[in-house]
Design a protein around this ligand. Sequence first.
Ligand code: UD1
Length: 376
Amino acid sequence: MSPSLPLAPRAPHVVLAAGGTGGHMFPAEALADALLGRGARLTLVTDRRGEAFGGTLGRLETRRILAGGIAGRGLVGRARGAVELGLGLIQALGLLRRLDPDVVVGFGGYASLPPLLAAIRQKRPTVVHEQNALPGRANRMLAPRVSRFAVAFAHGQAPAGITPVWTGMPVRPAVLALRDEPYQPAGADEPFRLLVTGGSQGARVFSTLLPEAIALLPDSQRQRLHLTLQSRPEDLEAAQARVQDLGLAGVELSSFFTDLPRRLAQAHLVVCRSGASTMGELAVLGRPAVLIPYPHAIDDHQTANARGMDEAGGGWLMPQGPLTPQALAERLEALMNAPEALARAARCARAVGVPDAAARLADLVLATARTREIHS
Ligand SMILES: CC(=O)N[C@H]1[C@@H](OP(=O)(O)OP(=O)(O)OC[C@H]2O[C@@H](n3ccc(=O)[nH]c3=O)[C@H](O)[C@@H]2O)O[C@H](CO)[C@@H](O)[C@@H]1O
């Protein structure tokens, strides 16, 4: 009798459930890269917006499901959202039966709800990753029922009764590739690169607030300033008009910079919203930032996100409400003339970075997948 060959271990099959904007898709992409590197088989279950996302996720086997929000869209909007969610759940139940994944991972947002609810119903292992320091509605709802609840922020709040696993915020390989670039502060008369970014959708207010603040800087500071300003598409023209006569050393405007990681790495100072990926990227790269949270984010979670960095000394939290162009100009001028303070903040930001967050989350996901026999 010929000796039997040992069976090759089957690659774990992971379903990634994420949709909506970059906020959920970027960390899903970072996890996808880490899981592919560990030999996992991946399927992306997403909504219409997530399907349009490129990069690693764009190359995965993808299934689209219906997903609607049920919060704050008026009675008709909520009713439609609830119907879509119900239909999405029926789709997801059938889809998971066919795909038979070993684990389902969700990133919050309504697109992740149907696949996770279906997985819970079918007693499959599940992992949720919460990107914000205050958990979102979908994740709060799922928290007591999923196998593991991973969080990005060590200082964040977990849903009641949950023991979270702190993995950090998975950031894209394009960011990780730049993490050894040292922060080089600009001397008092040297060119100063200021990067202004409002997250994946841009921030409307930055197109007026920043030009107005920069206009108040002394000539000598404006003449050394290289400004990279992300504006929402509808504000680009007006923002261009506001900055063109300010006598800056250089200006670049766009509604979305595809090379943002490189621009972050090159910035002497960043002015930004405090979305979870932006915070994760600033920390991994170790770049100082003025943090202006989006005041209408659900439960004001961007303020909670920014607080950890502010307290660690890696940035300056400036709430938008009371912020005037004058106050921002004073802060900018002070920082442009304080290379040592900027270098110190860069070090403090780096100290809270978690460059191996995607790896940690990938390991957690695969360990959870191995508990499948216990679940079924
Ligand atoms: C307005 C709002 O509610 N935003 C939420 C959204 O984040 P939102 O997607 O707006 O912001 P994030 O900071 O999480 O992510 C932005 C991402 O876009 C990239 N980028 C940005 C601009 C650009 O020109 N090029 C570019 O590549 C950044 O590098 C980053 O990777 O989901 C996040 C995760 O749940 C939340 O923390 C945010 O509060």
